[in-house]
Design a protein around this ligand. Structure first.
Ligand SMILES: [Zn+2]
Length: 208
């Protein structure tokens, strides 16, 4: 396990390098998903917004067309490992291999990326070694509305975004199935409602 302070220092270094103080960064983990990702892409396209997707390798292997769409529509893509292993509950070399495989799988689909985010945000010594050895940027977040929590509805998530998606923030959201029970995901609805509000276009968004 990586001490919290060290993890935070690394995370901050990467965010400082990539994050502008006048932009809002929406990030989507755990996809591509055949239902949720296209809906989110539609909303982003209609609003002219670029965002960042941290994709799971095995989902990208299954839904190459959606990965291609994310790429073609100008969003940033980062890796979120191959099978979403929890670094603290897996043997170190196993999780290391899974992280490497996730990035290799993106490359196989023609997506070269320097960005990655560990599953569950769990950092370990392997996380650090991987980032340093392979020169990859470990990308955390500054705001987490917990869209995977079943007590969250689309409107509570929309309200959270109104209040907390402020310039300079990196927001953790999910487009995958690893969300609420039964594959339910309130994020596409919340995002659509959020961007349909009249005052949102004055906010400025960017991809990592
Ligand atoms: Zn995840």
């Amino acid at each position: 396990m990586l001490p919290h302070l060290l993890r935070n220092a690394i995370a901050e270094a990467v965010l400082r390098k990539r994050v502008r103080k006048d932009k809002i960064y929406l990030t989507f983990d755990d996809g591509p998903d055949p239902v949720h990702t296209p809906r989110i892409l539609d909303t982003l396209k209609q609003s002219g917004i670029k965002a960042t997707f941290f994709v799971v390798g095995e989902a990208a292997d299954k839904h190459k067309d959606i990965l291609r769409r994310i790429h073609n529509e100008g969003h940033s893509i980062g890796s979120h490992s191959q099978t979403h292993m929890h670094a603290w509950k897996t043997l170190p070399w196993t999780s290391y291999g899974d992280i490497r495989k996730g990035m290799a799988s993106l490359a196989e689909h023609g997506v070269e990326s320097k960005l990655w985010r560990p599953p569950y945000g769990k950092a370990s010594l392997q996380t650090l070694i991987y980032s340093l050895r392979e020169n990859k940027d470990l990308a955390y977040w500054t705001g987490d509305p917990q869209d995977y929590d079943p007590s969250n509805s689309a409107s509570s998530l929309q309200n959270w975004l109104n209040e907390h998606a402020t310039p300079g923030s990196v927001i953790l959201l999910h487009d995958g199935r690893r969300t609420q029970e039964g594959g339910k995901n309130v994020t596409p609805d919340a995002l659509e409602a959020y961007f349909n509000q009249t005052d949102i276009p004055s906010r400025s968004f960017a991809a990592l």
